[in-house]
Unconditional design. Sequence first.
Length: 79
Amino acid sequence: AIQKHSDDYNANHGGKLSLRNLRLHLEAVYGLAAIDKLFEDIGWIIVHSLKACQNVIINDRHCFECYGYDIMIDAKLKP
């Protein structure tokens, strides 16, 4: 991976942050209020996307489906 050649690369965890550590970093850079709004906006993206496909999601009490999201954030903290 390209990031392995960076001076900032950490061999223990690579370039990945836990969600908690990402949030702490963003709060330190942008402030608590901005990051609270960002995470609220991300939450609503997830809610609206699930509502959009709720009629085709399997509803079976004997199994479940896991959904994952990749959210891109621009320089203005807009997901």
